[in-house]
Each structure stands twice: as C-alpha cells, then as structure tokens.
Design a protein. Structure first.
Length: 253
C-alpha cells in the first residue's frame, strides 16, 4: 500500500464529504488488496488505523452526517432487547473507537461499560465523553491474547460493532474462546457488522461449531437488519442499496 498522504488528509479536513469518500475509498482498497493476498497480513489494518487516528476529532460527525452510519444505534437497540431491566450489567465494548456505541448504550440505561481498542487517538475522544468506566488499549491482536489480563466471568455481555471479520487482519473467530471465558454463564456476545463481512472465506467458522460441541457457547441464527449505513455514495453498497447490518448473537454457557 502507498503511504498515507498526511498533507492531502489535512486539506480534506476542510471538506467532510470528500474526507469521508477518501476514508472509505482507502479503507475498501486496502481491504480488497488484503483479501486478494496482494499485501501482507496486517498492512491493511495499519493503513486504516492511521486514517482513523488522523481524523479522530472529526470522525463522529463525518461518519454520521456524511456516511449515515447506524451500526451503533442498531447495537444499542439489541443490547436493550437482551438486557431489559438489568441496569447493573457489566459490558465490554471491543473496538470501541470514539465511543459511539458506548454513548448509545448509556442512553438505554446501562452505564457499567468498559472499552477496548488499539487506537489511542480514538480512545482519547471516547474518554472525554465519559461513557466508559475503564478504557483498555489493546495491541490489535485478532486472537485476543490481550484479554488474558481480564478475570473469568467478569462481564455480562461483550459487544462489538464494525470490528469483527473485516479482513484477516481484524478480530475473528479465534477470539471467541477467550471472550467466552470472561463472560459470565448466561451472558452474551453480541456483534454487529456490515453483512458483507460475514461472507469471508478467510474465517474458520468451524471453530464456532467446535465451541458449541464443547458446551462453551451457543450460536443463534444471524439476524439481518436494514441500513447499516445510509449513504451509498460513500459506503459499501448492496446492489445499489444501503448495506444490511448482520446481528450475530452468542449465548455463553
């Protein structure tokens, strides 16, 4: 991948819509090259994280106003459906970014949320919002070794939006055994992503079947909801329509 042109990025900060087009275009290009094996594993992740870090302070407004991003809203609605009146529930938000999901979850009545992300500038934005009790900086390891410091049965729920299965460089099924360990029996792992990301053949989906066979978790059928993103012109598209949100829910046993 060519290096990120910081001068160009600085100019684009003056124009939110063009910034979002550049971000999405670069993101998709690096992802496609990663899936095609044209770049080393992790290189797409590095490029994308540099972009997010550079635009951390304006990411929220650009993502929502120009991209029509709704993943965080969909996630918060699903959290409410699952937790109901359990406002004491402890939640870990993996790939929390600037705290878009954390804000929405707090509005739903759940305030015991921790954040985990590898991008420090994004986490600094999240910290100022005050929606997380604790903030953890991860190494971006898709196998989840950074979760080893968390005790067994710490959380009632793990949530994540827009982070899993993006490419081989991002978190995937390898993390599920470690995530299940830190969720209490009877708790949940809830993931919301662009439906396109669930179609990747780079994931060893049989690993989830083996976890089910071992009695560690139970996979519920995937649920599709419309309008993960609204603005098709700056987004991945689904036959000319906004992409669906894939809601994936796992019961921890």
């Amino acid at each position: 991948m060519p290096p990120v042109n910081l001068d160009k990025l600085a100019d684009l900060k003056k124009d939110n819509e063009n910034w979002q087009r550049y971000l999405q275009g670069t993101f998709k290009e690096s992802r496609q090259r990663a899936l095609a094996g044209q770049i080393e594993r992790g290189e797409d992740f590095e490029v994308q994280q540099k972009l997010y870090a550079h635009f951390a302070e304006v990411y929220d407004s650009c993502a929502i106003s120009n991209d029509g991003y709704r993943g965080h809203e969909i996630l918060a609605e699903e959290v409410k459906l699952l937790l109901g009146g359990n406002q004491d529930a402890k939640i870990l938000d993996i790939g929390s970014g600037t705290g878009l999901s954390g804000e929405k979850i707090v509005v739903k009545g759940y305030s015991h949320i921790d954040a985990l992300d590898c991008n420090v500038p994004l986490l600094e934005v999240a910290q100022r919002k005050g929606c997380y009790e604790r903030i953890f900086v991860s190494g971006g390891n898709p196998r989840g070794e950074e979760l080893r410091f968390i005790l067994d049965n710490t959380y009632d729920m793990i949530v994540s939006v827009g982070t899993f299965w993006v490419s081989p460089s991002y978190p995937g099924v390898e993390m599920f055994e470690m995530m299940s360990r830190i969720v209490k029996p009877g708790g949940f792992i809830l993931i919301v992503v662009n439906e396109e990301y669930t179609r990747g053949d780079w994931q060893n989906w049989e690993a989830l079947t083996r976890l089910e066979e071992r009695g560690i978790l139970k996979c519920r059928p995937m649920k599709l909801l419309p309008n993960y993103r609204m603005n098709v012109s700056v987004s991945d598209s689904n036959n000319g329509s906004p992409p669906n949100a894939a809601v994936l829910l796992y019961d921890v046993l």
